[in-house]
Design a protein around this ligand. Structure first.
Ligand code: GTP
Length: 449
């Protein structure tokens, strides 16, 4: 076999491999232009395509991984892994699939001109990983800092049953804590009354429930804490007395010294690189959990979809960095407007979404209006220019979890589309007449499949 034949045979073998590989493989040029892909890639990417074509990897993935182009252009090495197992959350991407689908993307820079992407459907693995993460956190809570914890007995409604020294040491509360809900250890707007009961219910169902985040002491000062709730075995009521019902044990630990490492891990996995807000993955995970819970115990959940108006014109006039500065400004206002318990996320290029637990349509619309008017009254200073911009918002809510995050976000996007159509710089509420209406473009891309 001469050299040319040898090369041809190797090329054939490579094509065969690409074709038959059990994962999606895409070869692209450095700007994302797709040169070659195998059938699994086409299957995974097609639902995301804007126009039914698949010419560019970055464009195809823009609605689920807006950071990809930036990651690639910012990658300084001559060759290597640009990202490794990045999770891409598809929601309404695949018709007939109720559960959100999660793709994993590994992007390799082969040389100055070529990229190789490896795509895989990891929906099932991610579910398992989540379970393992909880287990890890649980073990961590048991095995470390055993002396530094508050042990709090709770009644069936989450009321604190008695005071002890450990509660005083960790939280500074005295006997006056007795009878109050355990949410007194959380910042004022970090937990709704429904969440308080959700966690007890989850602990009863799973054997324990653990969360980590900001906590407050009696004097209002904050600390970083983990809170584990476990159900206690039911006690026999004294003869003739009414059953006491299940009671719980809350173990509260001050883990301020671990905050930095745990926040960094959280930021890496759940943070948006540009704005520092939650990313798409964090939004969908939180929304899924919230709606599952409100399916079990009905309560309203709202979503606000927010989109900067005429953003292309801002980019055109001030350049991409000017546009980025506006997005960061908007993220800061979003952070100030919403409660600690709300999940504020950047879910696409210039599209943001906020999940508001235990909130009905009128209340969510009031907050959305507050946001709109705050943005309209601000000016962004960028390299000597004063940029004014506005946002449009669409608000929707579900009385229970029925329909899931796909339906809720779709309705918010339909309302957002209506706000854009009505002239922008407006808030529109979803109403049944909008049911068949188009969704705003970013969601439309996902729904087009
Ligand atoms: N600076 C910057 N621009 C982005 C980013 N992500 C998306 N974009 C740009 O945002 C613009 C969105 O434009 P369009 O979807 O046409 O909408 P628009 O100009 O905002 O107009 P309306 O939404 O109809 O008011 C596009 O030009 C994108 O390139 C980002 O991370 N940074």
């Amino acid at each position: 076999m001469d050299d040319t034949e040898q090369l041809r045979a190797e090329h054939e073998a490579l094509i065969q491999f690409l074709y038959l590989a059990p994962v999606g493989l895409v070869q692209a040029d450095i700007d994302g232009g797709i040169v070659m892909m195998n059938p699994i890639s086409a299957q995974l990417l097609m639902p995301l395509s804007r126009d039914g074509g698949l010419d560019n990897l970055f464009t195809a993935l823009e609605s689920v991984a807006p950071e990809l182009r930036h990651l690639c252009s910012g990658y300084a090495k001559a060759a290597g892994k640009i990202c490794d197992g990045l999770h891409l959350h598809l929601n309404a991407g695949l018709p007939g699939k109720k559960a959100p689908q999660i793709l994993s993307l590994t992007l390799l820079k082969l040389d100055a001109r070529r990229l190789m992407a490896v795509l895989d459907d990891v929906t099932v693995q991610v579910r398992r990983e989540r379970q393992l993460r909880q287990n890890d956190a649980w073990l961590n809570a048991i095995l470390t800092g055993i002396t530094d914890y508050a042990l709090v007995g709770l009644d069936a409604q989450g009321g604190i049953l008695e005071w002890n020294e450990s509660i005083g040491r960790v939280t500074g509360y005295g006997a006056d804590a007795v009878g109050k809900p355990y949410s007194i250890f959380y910042p004022p707007d970090a937990m709704t009354p429904e969440h308080l009961l959700d966690r007890l219910r989850d602990a009863g169902k799973d054997g324990w429930n653990l969360d980590e985040g900001k906590r407050t002491r009696a004097d209002g000062s904050g600390f970083w804490g983990s809170a584990m709730i476990a159900p206690l075995p039911e006690r026999e009521p004294p003869c003739g007395a009414a059953p006491e019902g299940p009671a719980y044990c809350l173990i509260l630990r001050d883990i301020t010294d671990k905050r930095e490492s745990s926040e960094r891990r959280r930021r890496e996995a759940f943070g948006d690189y540009l704005t520092g807000l939650a990313n798409r993955r964090a939004f969908f995970e939180a929304a899924e959990q919230e709606l599952q819970r409100s399916n079990a115990v009905p309560r309203p959940t709202a979503v606000i979809a927010i989109d900067a108006d005429h953003f292309k014109a801002i980019n055109d006039r001030h350049g991409h960095p000017g546009g980025d500065c506006v997005l960061q400004h908007l993220a800061a206002i979003l952070g100030e407007t919403f409660r600690e318990v709300d999940v504020v996320a950047r879910i696409g290029g210039e599209e943001f979404a906020v999940l508001l637990p235990s909130t009905d349509l009128p209340r969510a619309a009031v907050v959305a209006e507050r946001l709109r008017s705050a943005v309209a009254s601000e000016v962004v200073d960028f390299e000597g220019a004063r940029i004014r911009y506005t946002v449009s918002a669409g608000v929707a809510s579900l009385a229970d979890g029925e329909g899931g995050i796909d339906l809720l976000l779709k309705r918010a996007d339909q309302a957002l589309y209506a706000a854009k159509r009505a002239g922008r710089n407006r808030v529109e509420r979803w109403r049944p007449e909008l049911a068949g209406a188009p969704v705003h473009q970013a969601q439309g891309d996902r729904d087009a499949a």
